[in-house]
Design a protein around this ligand. Structure first.
Ligand SMILES: [Zn+2]
Length: 408
């Protein structure tokens, strides 16, 4: 038995055909036809580093304290890589750029860039008959939405062009959204079938999930957009947090559309359950979705926490105070979302059923009926920590991030 774990960067759930979206995604939809689909999955964070760490450890990102590429993951929270290695799976990762992703996570065993598709396919084909755990971070759905490998200078130039188009006017912004849809279609119709063909689907678990969604300046005003973090990273609205999740067992299963909230922190306990790995240690935040995959029952969790960190990528260190790092927290329930912003000292609540776009703050109207939920959110924020920063070469990291366009 093997595991192919695909994280599609910036993939919104509501763009996919199988989730009612406008993109032509027949390969993803076909995969969903023999898998469990969790159409309401909440990411624990709105950008890559904290989000991926949370899904691979089952622990909320504010409890891991991870907000930089070069931070080592806390040893007290074993990751999927650790558990899979221990169970005899050959672990590997393909990431958008090995100089950033998992650079302080040796257990990920980064084998190269996911942008080298042939290399990914070759690795998988060579192991068709052996147990592996392959994490593949698909990158070309990230801005600038070109479905091909780019050099860093080209990537940066194209990103600037797309950001300028978002700022320009409504028509240009619509063009950017069409570009994004096209990139999603290329993922589904070009890349995904080739990768699925390279593995033996009768003996491979396939997970398809996104690290976060994407936006185009709707919340900050398009002309106010400064950089990539304004597309995803700087808010906890649904467009940033709602992600697709598909889990397909070896050989497939009847199509299951799972009701209830799933959370990206549920992935580690789910995979430990389904693949028979060691149980994650007590105290993790996720719960197994195994029963939903096996027989289609509702997802077990009633609500989901998400957290947003202030951007410290341009700084050589992190603040001492955890609540200076983790500035905004959200609690999503089947009906509502509560958002507590510590920087602005604001509390907002949205009725996700009657107001899915989150335009109407109903915190006042709900009044004392959500006092308990606010208390839970405050208690969760109390658990926030600041993880260690590897002091090796922060300056060089900043330089590389600048080259990638993440820094001014
Ligand atoms: Zn990402």
């Amino acid at each position: 038995m093997s595991l192919l774990f695909i994280v599609v960067d910036s993939l919104r759930a509501d763009v996919l055909g199988c989730c009612g979206g406008p993109a032509r995604t027949s390969a993803v939809d076909h995969l969903a036809g023999s898998a469990a689909l969790f159409p309401r999955t909440v990411s624990a964070a709105p950008w890559t580093v904290p989000s991926v760490a949370a899904m691979l450890t089952g622990v909320y990102p504010h409890r891991l304290g991870l907000a930089k590429w070069e931070q080592p993951w806390p040893a007290e929270h074993p990751s999927l890589f650790d558990l899979a290695s221990r169970a005899g799976f050959e672990v590997t990762s393909f990431v958008f750029e090995p100089r950033y992703f998992f650079r302080a996570v040796p257990a990920a065993r980064v084998a190269g860039s996911s942008q080298n598709t042939e290399r990914v396919l070759g690795w998988l084909r060579e192991r068709r008959d052996r147990p592996f755990c392959a994490f593949v971070h698909y990158w070309w759905t990230h801005i600038p939405y070109v479905a091909r490998a780019t050099t860093v200078p080209e990537w940066r130039k194209l990103t600037d062009v797309v950001l300028d188009a978002i700022r320009a006017n409504g028509a240009a912004r619509d063009g950017v959204k069409a570009l994004y849809r096209h990139a999603v279609e290329r993922f589904s119709e070009d890349w995904l079938p080739r990768v699925l063909e390279a593995v033996d689907l009768d003996r491979t678990w396939v997970v398809l999930v996104a690290d976060h969604g994407e936006s185009w300046g709707e919340r900050c005003g398009p002309s106010e957009m400064r950089d990539v973090f304004d597309l995803h990273g700087n808010n906890l609205f649904e467009e940033s947090l709602r992600v697709p999740l598909l889990i397909r067992p070896p050989g497939g299963c009847p199509p299951r559309r799972i009701a209830g909230l799933a959370r990206t922190v549920d992935l580690l306990p789910t995979l430990a359950d389904l693949l028979g790995l060691d149980r994650p240690p007590p105290g993790i935040d996720g719960m197994s979705l195994g029963d939903s995959v096996r027989d289609g029952r509702d997802a077990p969790a009633a609500d989901a926490f998400s957290a947003r960190n202030r951007d410290f990528l341009q700084r050589p260190d992190l603040p001492v105070d955890a609540l200076e790092l983790w500035c905004e927290f959200a609690l999503t329930t089947p009906r509502h979302k509560l958002v507590w912003n510590r920087e602005e000292i604001s509390r907002r609540a949205y009725d996700l059923v009657s107001d899915p776009m989150e335009t109407n703050d109903v915190a006042g109207a709900l009044g004392a009926t959500i006092d308990g939920a606010w208390k839970r959110l405050e208690a969760e924020a109390e658990r926030a920590v600041v993880g260690p920063v590897g002091g090796d070469d922060l300056a060089r990291t900043a330089e590389r991030l600048r080259a990638l366009g993440y820094l001014e």
